[in-house]
Design a protein around this ligand. Structure first.
Ligand code: ADE
Length: 360
């Protein structure tokens, strides 16, 4: 038998091994205990670029507020952002609502089950479309995310760049050819689970407990821990910003971000491009109409977005009670109200603690 044929003959055993292992070893996760297309859609969008442990508390809370597609399609934007607060990548929440709207308008409120229909919806890419079709509807299609790329790159000893379209397509074709018609969901989730529990990212894989070690070419060649090869292209643009926590008594000034672009429509502490001196910070406070009384510099913080890195410095400024209408787009809620009703993205998390910090 040629090497090539031996690899494909061995890989024919992969689906059974993955499915049996998954059924024995899978974690109990909220979206697995009760399965529906809506629960799969929601969990898969939440899990994009976000760890399972981080998603767990959000999932049920979000479902309680938006129990079905129709409710989500009519969601109040402030509540939507609030339920997503801290999960990051807020465009996912906006797209999820748009997606629900289109499901209502174009598919009578029923989440479609075919890849072309799913791919026509906002926020749904090839992985999420595959996940909904396979995990919720049992269709024999591949759902290839970063976990699955890593697992299959190791199993096939793929040394090309898994972020390149050619290698992604090759590994996706391989998974598609192996999906068992009667266990598409357990096979797809099994590959993800193996990636999460055994075939670990950025750490040596636990080959000693791996159910597919005997057919893993990466293991046989002793290179599993050097795979997958990923050639990163994204350089983040550095943006230095100054964040102002402007307080009057127990009220703090917030600004609503523009409806489009980064963190669209969320609430923020007023912040400006550049690293301000104390005088520049006070000038900005005065430009908003406030009379500064006291000022205290705050610790620097940073936040990573996909393509931008914010390096922030900040000032806490106590101001006289405003006796003028706040400028357009600004509010000054009491701390309790601010924390319960206004969605402040995690980019500003380092400054939220100054809502009640003492002034000099
Ligand atoms: N990551 C992405 N999808 C997942 C799923 N369904 N279960 C666990 N981790 C995941």
């Amino acid at each position: 038998m040629s090497d090539r044929n031996r690899v494909s003959a061995d890989l024919a055993k992969l689906p059974d091994l993955i499915v049996s292992w998954y059924r024995e070893n899978r974690r109990t996760l909220p979206w697995r205990e009760e399965v529906s297309p809506y629960r799969t859609l929601l969990s898969e969008i939440m899990l994009q670029q976000t760890r399972v442990e981080a998603v767990k508390p959000y999932f049920e809370r979000f479902l309680a507020a938006f129990p079905d597609v129709a409710t989500l399609a009519d969601a109040d934007d402030e509540l939507l952002n609030k339920r997503w607060e801290g999960l990051g990548y807020y465009s996912r929440a906006r797209n999820l609502k748009k997606c629900a709207r289109e499901i209502v308008d174009r598919f009578g409120g029923v989440i479609p089950s075919t890849l072309p229909e799913l791919l026509s919806l906002p926020g749904i890419g090839p992985y999420t479309a595959g996940a909904i079709a396979a995990f919720a509807y049992g269709r024999p299609v591949a759902a290839v995310d970063g976990n699955v790329l890593r697992v299959t790159a190791r199993i096939t000893a793929e040394t090309g760049d898994v972020l390149s379209p050619a290698v992604k397509a090759k590994l996706t074709d391989l998974v598609s050819s192996l999906v068992p018609a009667d266990a598409a969901s357990d096979f797809g989730q099994g590959l993800i689970e193996l990636g999460a529990l055994v075939c670990l990212p950025n750490r040596p894989p636990k080959c000693d407990v791996c159910p597919v070690r005997d057919l893993c070419q990466g293991h046989a060649k002793g290179i599993a821990d050097q795979l997958p090869v990923r050639i990163k292209k994204t350089e983040r643009k550095l943006d230095r910003r100054t964040v102002l926590v402007i307080r009057s008594g127990t009220r703090t000034l917030l600004h609503k971000r523009p409806a489009r672009g980064l963190l669209a429509g969320l609430w923020e502490f007023p912040n400006y491009s550049g690293g301000f001196t104390e005088k520049e910070a006070l000038d900005a406070v005065k430009a908003l109409g406030f009379e500064p009384l006291r000022v205290r510099p705050l610790d620097p913080a940073k936040h990573l977005f996909t393509h931008i890195e914010w390096r922030m410095t900040g000032c806490l400024v106590l101001v006289a009670e405003p006796d003028f209408p706040l400028p357009e787009g600004y509010v000054m809620p009491e701390t309790d109200d601010l924390l319960s009703r206004y969605a402040i993205p995690s980019a500003f998390a380092a400054y939220v603690r100054y809502l009640s910090a003492p002034l000099p």
